[in-house]
Design a protein around this ligand. Structure first.
Ligand code: PDD
Length: 280
């Protein structure tokens, strides 16, 4: 596989980043994941808008235009013959030469890495059959609106959910669902209202979340942006998650309690189909 690192396209075994890189030592970096369908990048503009916001919030420079970044995405897709999967982009504050908590002077220059992964997105077992979710306390930091590479806790929460017999975790704070370990959480109430948590520093502003909100409007589905409790979700008609690589994925059980009839929800599947239709 060919990867991109700091201006060059190289074989993955030849790609190198310094041990002093602040991404490695301090998790001082941000990332984006764009899905690829039929060799085309999905929702690129939205992901780049969020990347610019993440870097700005961290006083990190982003010395590339969207056009330049899109060209790197396309070149990697070409070189790796990728038809379906994802492109991962990571930008770190770079290598200041020594380990130091202070941010280095701006002239250190960031480290930009991109790579592709092949993944079946359209025909996925989870997209068809849904996932079981287990709750975990949300023990992440308080700036979850910034897409940083500090993913140790989400990784631990996912492992704990799997140990509890589920496929993924929903994180909970003060009895209210914040979001999934790597996706946004949704429910459909019995009176047909889609509910997903309002944007704040408590959650990541999902690009797929925004796209699904727009689709819901076209389909004349009501959306309420507010927090919901674990109890409310357990009694919901449907639950589902959204993310770049899972699109819309039904949630069929929450902490062992079946959601609705324990089968993928009709509205979730309709939104999934509409999102895929719009993205290809
Ligand atoms: N995760 N919330 C969290 C905590 C996430 O990590 C993600 C994405 C989302 C959904 O955002 P979007 O719709 O823009 O993908 C919500 C990516 C896919 C990942 O870490 O692999």
């Amino acid at each position: 596989r060919t990867v991109y690192v700091d201006g060059s396209y190289v074989a993955e075994q030849d790609a190198k980043v310094s041990v002093f890189d602040r991404g490695f030592l301090f998790a001082d970096g941000v990332y984006e994941v764009c899905s690829v369908l039929e060799s085309k990048v999905v929702d690129f503009d939205g992901h780049m808008r969020r990347l610019r916001r993440s870097t700005a919030e961290l006083d990190m420079g982003l010395p590339w235009t969207d056009e330049a970044l899109l060209e790197i995405h396309r070149e990697l897709i070409r070189r790796n013959d990728l038809t379906e999967g994802l492109v991962y982009l990571q930008l770190t504050r770079g290598n200041p030469g020594d380990r130091d908590f202070d941010f280095p002077a701006a002239d250190t220059g960031p480290t930009l890495v991109l790579f592709t992964q092949t993944k079946s997105l359209l025909e996925s077992r989870t997209g068809r059959d849904g996932i079981r979710v287990a709750t975990q306390p949300d023990w992440r930091w308080m700036r979850r609106d910034i897409k940083t590479v500090q993913l140790l806790y989400p990784s631990m929460a996912k492992m704990a959910a799997k140990a509890a017999g589920a496929d993924d975790a929903w994180m909970v704070e003060d009895g209210l669902v914040t979001e999934g370990a790597s996706n946004n959480a949704w429910m459909l109430s019995h009176d047909g209202v889609l509910v997903t948590r309002e944007l704040s520093s408590a959650i990541l502003p999902g690009i797929t979340r925004a796209a699904v909100m727009a689709i819901a409007e076209v389909l004349s589905l009501r959306v309420e942006e507010r927090a919901f409790s674990v109890e409310e979700a357990k009694q919901a008609k449907e639950c589902f998650v959204t993310s770049a690589t899972s699109f819309v994925t039904p949630v069929i059980a929450l902490d062992g309690v079946p959601i609705g009839d324990g089968m993928p929800g009709e509205v979730a599947m309709k939104l999934r189909a509409a999102y895929i239709e719009e993205s290809r």
